[in-house]
Design a protein around this ligand. Structure first.
Ligand SMILES: *Cc1c(COP(=O)(O)O)cnc(C)c1O
Length: 232
C-alpha cells in the first residue's frame, strides 16, 4: 500500500470510530448512517484508495470534476452531487449521479424533471435548506420548504428523498447544534404531511468539523472530506 492509501485507511478507521461513538450516544444504529467521502480536489488515485478501503459513496460539488473523475475511475460506486447546481449543467449529470443533495430552486427542479423525463428515469433529490439563513449559502428558507416540496411533488420525474443543510463554520460544533436540530424538526413536520411522491428518508448533514453533533441530531448521511483525505 502506498503511503497515502495507508493514511486514508487510518483516517477512515478514526472517522468510523467517531461515527459509531456519536451513534451510541444518541442510541442509534451506526449502520443507518451513510458516510459519503467528499472528493473535491482529490485525485483519482486517492479516490480509488478510499474505494478499496470500503467507501462506496463519493460526493463532488462541481459537475465537471464529477464527470471527469467518474469517467476515469472504473469503480462501482455511487456519486452524489453536493454543491450548487446550475440549470445548464443538469444534462451532464442526470444519468450519472445517484442523488442530488442541492435542489434549491423551482427552476432547477423543472430542469431536473425535464432531463430525467427524457432520460427515462426518476431523479432522486434532497432539498437544500438554508437553516441558518446565511446570505452566502444557497438553500430554501425553512419556512418556505414545505410549500416548495409540495410544488416539486407534482413533477413526475423527481422524487424528493429528504433534506440537506450546510451549517455555518464554527470553532465549537456545539454552536451549530441548533441548525441540525432545526433540520431534524423540519423533516418530522414535513413527513407528517404525507405528501405523495415525497419521503423524508435522508437527512444529509454534518461535515468533518461537525458530523458528531449532526449524528446526535439525527443525520443519516455525513459528507466527509478533510477528515478522510487531509487538508485540501
Ligand atoms: C466540501 C464539502 C463537504 C466536506 O467538507 P469537509 O469539511 O472537508 O469534510 C461537505 N459538504 C459540502 C456541500 C461540501 O462542499
Amino acid at each position: 500500500m502506498t503511503e497515502s492509501a495507508d493514511l486514508i485507511k487510518s483516517n477512515l478507521e478514526a472517522v468510523v470510530h467517531r461515527v459509531n461513538a456519536a451513534a451510541a450516544r444518541a442510541g442509534r444504529d451506526p449502520s443507518d448512517i451513510k458516510l459519503i467521502g467528499v472528493t473535491k480536489t482529490i485525485d483519482t488515485a486517492r479516490i480509488k484508495a478510499a474505494y478499496d478501503c470500503g467507501i462506496s459513496d463519493f460526493g463532488e460539488n462541481r459537475v465537471q470534476e464529477l464527470c471527469k473523475k467518474a469517467d476515469i475511475l472504473d469503480i462501482n460506486c455511487n456519486w452524489h452531487l453536493i454543491g450548487h447546481l446550475q440549470t445548464n449543467k443538469v444534462k451532464y449529470i442526470i444519468d450519472r449521479v445517484s442523488l442530488i443533495h442541492s435542489l434549491d430552486s423551482h427552476d432547477l427542479a423543472v430542469e431536473i424533471n425535464r432531463r430525467a423525463e427524457s432520460a427515462g428515469r426518476i431523479a432522486d433529490v434532497l432539498v437544500q435548506v438554508n437553516v441558518a439563513g446565511e446570505d452566502s449559502k444557497f438553500g430554501i428558507r425553512p419556512e418556505e420548504t414545505l410549500g416548495f416540496i409540495k410544488d416539486v411533488s407534482r413533477m413526475g420525474n423527481i422524487r424528493v428523498k429528504g433534506l440537506m443543510t450546510i451549517a455555518p463554520l464554527a470553532v465549537d460544533p456545539e454552536d451549530v447544534r441548533w441548525v441540525f436540530a432545526g433540520l431534524g424538526k423540519l423533516r418530522i413536520d414535513i413527513s407528517r404531511e404525507n405528501i405523495d411522491n415525497v419521503d423524508m428518508t435522508c437527512l444529509s448533514m454534518g461535515m468533518s468539523n461537525d458530523f458528531e453533533v449532526a449524528i446526535e441530531e439525527g443525520s443519516n448521511m455525513v459528507r466527509i472530506g478533510t477528515a478522510l483525505f487531509g487538508k485540501r
